[in-house]
Design a protein. Structure first.
Length: 425
């Protein structure tokens, strides 16, 4: 009989899922990440399960259906608590998909409320008075305002949810939370009498606020947000019983880095990696579309080197030029080519795959055919080392574009290299 899952998390993309899983591991939870809703029942003994979907930019009806399929699978496994994981920058269109997914989860599980908690202070995402900040700048004034897929037009989470959800939101300040659980819920109940479902937006601008939020709202069956509160929720769920076990970080074999993210953080990391005189190969979307370049031609340039970085990341200005010339077909070609490069690397015996960008990571993992992973130590907050189930010789690191230190790629190569074990980054 399958042991009950303490926390079941459904994430809107793969790097978001690995981010969430790393914070659950930090709480001492044995954690498995699935790429997509599993087709079979859970066999492994674990404390937490994270299901990675591709719902962030999907059509809303499909995003909701896929999320509910994940909920139903988790329900069959005896899951105690459900968590909807989305980007710490509330990455969405005016109509979704965060609100529609959460509305459906509350209705399906017959739960009255959930928190909206995207903050991740360690990575510069904070919420104060319901306003989401990125490195101290309101979301709508941050680089997210120029996001190529989901440009963010508003910083107030309540206003972001209004066109997305059927249900109201209430803001909860740190001062309210410090008055204690009973006081907070008394105020909430007074404001929500007669309301079928609602959302709560707690302040979260210091790391210590995670424990406060978990203490007051941690009994809720459905919670949502970024990865920031997951360690506190995990510790609460484990009640001091976490194992803290972690898979070995290092394996024999060469590393390849595949970067598709155009975020400022990833571009800085590429620049830092290049300064250390590592081999870099840049993909050209126009040459790919024109049939001039192919995955094999880029791989030949890699020269069989350990730690080679092959990337398509570029500045917003260059991305805009390409989009004007060929539209969205550029990203399709780049993802396909990056996936082919991963296959070529594996055929050549490479065992360490470091990938930057959510869509890029999804394409690579789909091509490699891995769909379930044990989660290990982190290279950076929210970026763990992963081992595919049944493939102990392989290590993957899948990084959301905005995550990681400037020397992230160097650290990732070092941590996964044989005889170079490190602790959590």
């Amino acid at each position: 009989m399958t042991e009950k899952i303490k926390i079941g998390c459904i994430a809107d993309d793969f790097t978001g899922a690995s981010d969430a899983a790393s914070f659950l591991v930090k709480a001492g939870m044995r954690t498995i990440l699935f790429n997509g809703v599993p087709r079979e029942e859970l066999r492994e003994r674990c404390d937490a399960v994270v299901i990675a979907l591709k719902t962030r930019s999907a059509r809303t009806d499909r995003a909701v259906a896929d999320s509910l399929a994940g909920v139903e699978w988790l329900k069959r496994q005896g899951t105690a608590q459900y968590y909807s994981k989305y980007c710490s920058t509330f990455d969405s269109t005016p109509k979704g998909n965060i609100g529609p997914i959460l509305d459906a989860m509350l209705e399906t599980l017959q739960v009255r409320s959930s928190v909206l908690c995207p903050a991740l202070p360690v990575n510069g995402r904070t919420v104060r008075d319901g306003i989401l900040y990125v490195n101290g700048v309101p979301l709508a004034d941050s680089p997210m305002k120029n996001h190529p897929l989901n440009p963010m037009w508003e910083s107030d989470i309540v206003k972001l949810m209004e066109p997305q959800s059927k249900y109201p939101c209430l803001k909860v300040s740190v001062e309210q939370m410090k008055r204690g659980k009973e006081s907070v819920w008394r105020e909430i109940e007074g404001k929500t009498a007669g309301v079928t479902h609602f959302y709560l937006v707690p302040d979260y601008y210091e790391d210590a606020h995670a424990e406060l939020i978990a203490d007051i709202f941690g009994e809720s069956t459905v919670l949502s947000g970024g990865s920031g509160i997951l360690t506190a929720l995990g510790r609460r769920a484990m009640d001091g019983g976490g194992t803290g076990e972690s898979l070995p970080s290092a394996v024999p074999g060469k590393a390849v880095i595949l970067a598709g993210s155009c975020s400022e953080a990833t571009r800085r990391q590429i620049h830092e990696y290049e300064k250390d005189h590592h081999r870099l190969v840049k993909m050209d979307p126009l040459r790919l579309i024109g049939g001039i370049d192919q995955a094999e031609s880029y791989w030949r340039q890699a020269e069989d080197q350990d730690g080679v970085l092959i990337y398509s990341s570029d500045s917003p200005e260059e991305v805009e030029k390409v989009q004007k010339a060929v539209g969205n077909s550029a990203s399709v070609h780049l993802e396909k080519t990056t996936a082919e490069l991963a296959l070529l690397a594996r055929e050549e015996g490479y065992t360490r795959f470091i990938v930057a960008g959510g869509e890029t990571s999804g394409a690579v993992t789909q091509a490699l055919g891995y769909d379930a992973y044990w989660i290990g130590s982190s290279v950076a907050p929210g970026v763990p080392i992963m081992m595919p189930l049944g493939h102990p010789e392989i290590r993957l690191i899948l990084k959301s574009g905005n995550f990681g230190q400037p020397d992230f790629f160097f650290r990732a190569v070092e941590m996964t290299g044989e005889h170079k074990e490190h602790g959590n980054g």
